[in-house]
Ligand binder design. Structure first.
Ligand code: PAP
Length: 346
């Protein structure tokens, strides 16, 4: 069977703007990894992704073969990634609040580094959260992993489902924070994101009906949505000290208390003095949609995606402005069935 990686790769690279120089090494390393695992994934079931790319079904989830979130990187991570007990992993499905949780965790973990100095120097006032906290899917493509300081806590993100995580993450005893979001808002957010990327490179526009069909059938990078959420939810009940389960909606409703909860869980609790001095509120403001979207109006993140593409509305229930009654009904029914017996609400 032939792999359609070459044509997929060129169209998707242009959509994502992956041809920038900084990204050349990662592209070359991705090509090597794809080559190494080609034999293993070409015989898997195939589908078409939201950008028209080929997807492969692996361990119950769909992945493309040519972006850094790819079937080959998942396989390579499973074979080679070494977690440390002190690592912290921020886990999301795309469009569930990745950028926000990266910013919050980064600000919490590094607060003493920057707070003694002027707040103006804080990296989140100039750098996109995606460039502050790397995805492990991207890290393994770097010849020299970007992780800042060998001795400090390693803060990583991943979109990988629980059942596919590298064994070393499960065995190391490290902590994972999972953030999920209402599926209807995830669908709408992804729909706009894909069209933003396509629009920037004048590809055909994705129709909402097509996005809805793919989403509800569980087709898309790291989907099915529901299985991903369920996997981490159940794991968080089994391992409550290792996995914290958060929702975007709850974080929006009460950001300060969730920030404190997050800080406690990852081992960076706020002192009474910090609380009295308003440090929690400073972090909430620094990582707010308004602050981050203002900082990220221009430029691109390292992987080549425009920085502003990660900020649109930042609201709960924006889906109400987009989905038809029928779409809403179908998604609600699927969610009811898939989450039956689980205490997951948005
Ligand atoms: P990613 O997984 O591709 O990194 P992710 O950050 O999860 O994307 O999703 C982007 C969504 O988070 C956008 O939602 P929307 O399309 O419904 O508007 C974006 O606006 C929202 N978002 C980004 N930063 C924040 C923030 N600081 N607070 C709240 N929402 C945010």
């Amino acid at each position: 069977m032939s792999v359609s990686t070459t044509s997929d790769a060129s169209s998707l690279s242009s959509i994502l703007g992956l041809c920038i120089e900084d990204h050349e090494v990662e592209k070359a390393n991705l090509a090597l990894i794809v080559d190494r695992y080609k034999e293993s994934f070409t015989s898997l079931p195939q589908g078409k992704g939201w950008l028209g790319e080929t997807l492969y079904l692996y361990q119950g989830y769909w992945y493309p073969s040519i972006t850094f979130i790819s079937i080959a990187t998942v396989m390579a991570l499973q074979d080679t990634f070494q977690a440390k007990p002190t690592d912290i992993y921020l886990v999301t499905q795309p469009k569930s609040g990745t950028t926000w949780i990266k910013a919050l965790a980064f600000a919490i973990v590094n607060r003493t580094r920057y707070n003694n100095k002027c707040l103006v120097t804080h990296p989140l006032l100039t750098i996109n959260p995606h460039d502050c906290v790397p995805f492990i899917e991207n890290e393994i493509l770097r010849s020299k992993p970007t992780y800042m300081d060998e001795n400090s806590t390693r803060l990583f993100a991943t979109h990988m489902p629980y059942n596919s995580l590298p064994q070393s993450i499960l065995d190391s005893g490290c902590r994972l924070v999972y953030m999920c979001r209402n599926p209807k808002d995830v669908l709408v957010s992804m729909f706009h994101f894909v069209n933003k990327l396509k629009g920037d490179f004048s590809h055909d526009v994705l129709k909402l009906e097509d996005a809805f069909e793919k989403f509800s059938k569980g087709i898309g990078s790291c989907y099915p949505y529901w299985d991903h959420v369920k996997g981490y939810y159940k794991a968080s009940l089994e391992h409550p000290t290792r996995i914290l389960f958060l929702t975007y909606e709850n974080m929006k409703m009460d950001t300060a208390n969730n920030v404190k909860r997050l800080a406690d869980f990852i081992g960076y609790p706020f002192t009474k003095e910090e609380e009295d001095n308003g440090v929690v509120q400073e972090i909430v403001s620094l990582c707010s949609f308004k602050s981050l979207s203002d900082v990220n109006k221009h430029g691109k993140i390292v992987s080549g995606v425009p920085s502003h593409a990660f900020f649109r509305e930042g609201e709960v229930e924006d889906w109400k402005k987009h989905l038809t009654k029928e779409m809403t009904h179908i998604l609600d029914e699927i969610t009811k069935e898939k989450f039956h017996g689980l205490d997951i609400s948005f």
